[in-house]
Design a protein around this ligand. Sequence first.
Ligand SMILES: Cc1cc2nc3c(=O)[nH]c(=O)nc-3n(C[C@H](O)[C@H](O)[C@H](O)COP(=O)(O)O)c2cc1C
Length: 561
Amino acid sequence: MSQLDDIMQSRRDTRHFTDEPVPEHVLEKALQAGHWAPSVGLTDATRYYIIKSDKVKKAIKSLFLDYNEKASDLTDDATQKSKYKSLKLEAIEEAPIGMVIAYDRSVLNSFTIGTVGSNEAVKFSSVCAAQNIWLSLTEQGFGMGWVSIINYYQFKKILNLPENIEPLGYFCIGKPATNYDNQPMLQQLQWKQKSELPAVTEISEINELVQTQLQIQKEKQNATPQISAESIQTKIDQKTKPLGSLGKLEKIAFQIASVFQTLTLTLQKPHLVVFAADHGIANQGVSAYPQNVTRQMVANFLDNGAAITVFCQQNHIQFCIVDAGVNYDFPTNTKLINAKIDKGTQSFLTTSAMTLAELELCFEGGKNTINTIAKTGCNCIGFGEMGIGNTSSASALMHILTQFPIEECVGRGTGISMDKWHHKVHILQTALSNFDGKPDLKSKLAHFGGFEIMQMAGGMLAAFENNMLILVDGFICTVAFLIAKTFSPNIQKNAIFCHQSAEKPHQKLLQFLEAEPVLDLDLRLGEGTGCALAFPIIQSAVAFFNEMASFESAGISQKED
Ligand SMILES: Cc1cc2nc3c(=O)[nH]c(=O)nc-3n(C[C@H](O)[C@H](O)[C@H](O)COP(=O)(O)O)c2cc1C
């Protein structure tokens, strides 16, 4: 056995240290080993921060304790919980040296070899460095322990790390007090057995990519309606109220009766689907938030902690969340619907956000999601989205589809400053003038699109094919609707525009579509919140249409002239 094999086998994740200090030369040698590690495109984006101060360690320990509590709450199994609580999963205060290994994601601001598949390659490079350090410390008779049980957001704040610096975790370094009987500590304590062999599978076949065509909606609506517009209007007008006095509610009821071709309305199994994805353009400083927020918000949706999940619960709407292309590997045991096309689009400043094949996959994925929901008997579906950077994509697409000047298609998104707004307009202008692809619509949609936007458009087409009521949320969702409408012009008869967003271009877009929004509450959150808030009003339209007495049934005299 080689010396390298020995080092790799004896390397342990260490949580028990002696008091012995770590000599400077040991740390230096380990850091040099880290620096020898490979990095994608030779980015050298790994950054190291050394922590010796007790005060800093104490603050980090308290972050750990907070999250460790959260972790132990994740199991309902009392035995597992108590076993988990007994595990020592850090040595933050005891280890003489603490280290933060991080990567600087600002390297993505300029062209970087090897990050086209996933810009996580920068993070992976730092993991290579961490492993080299681990091995070097082992070779020198020292040890390291990786602490990942912390709220990274607070961790960054406490350490004053700049926005572009993303830590892998906190690393405890010192002289090991034990070798855990030459096995992982978690195995020694019978928490889990390490698998005996590496999991290796040879792949010799490929999955033929099924390419579907964007289906053009069959013009079902051309068929003569069985329930005439007059009979619907008569039913509304005969209610015990002055003509038209229920305003927009009357229009909504009329629309629902026309769509469902019935004089007795029901909204069955209402659903709201949020499509989430990341955007390469987010790396050009067009948003007030970093890209990581997309995946953090997905976690928040899954924990029922977001505005939309609260409103859906309040209004008894079934909530679903789709990973259309978030730059993150989610665990597989969540309620997330996996329709991931890729880990985020490319930045359309320099290249096409997605390929034409990916665009087709988006439409197909969106349709599959909505078809599955339609099969449950749902006839009313709201669309929402989450994706840092997606207002930029939506603005470019709005400009392409409406020909409005780009400045009129750009809003303040997540609340960017005026300076950032000018920068965003400039980036979009540059991106639009850089476009040298084919002039057909699909090529432009692929170039400037987002995975969640295109899946929403595909989903809306499927909702129309299933004759569902389509609840449209704010700016980004309306852009997705506009895309769906270019493929199926009659779709609008099934669409209810739930609100007018505070995002300036949304008002313009609604006017362009001649759409009347139900609400105007200065919302600019997305997530489908406008749909969930408008839903009780739509229910009220259904209720008055079905249940309100008519002049005849109530024996009330009608207006005389
Ligand atoms: C990315 C990563 C994060 C980890 N986070 C923690 C942690 O927060 N706390 C902990 O006690 N161990 C942590 N570990 C250590 C693993 O549990 C440990 O590596 C595993 O049990 C195998 O043990 P060994 O490293 O001794 O072979 C982490 C390891 C990795 C690779």
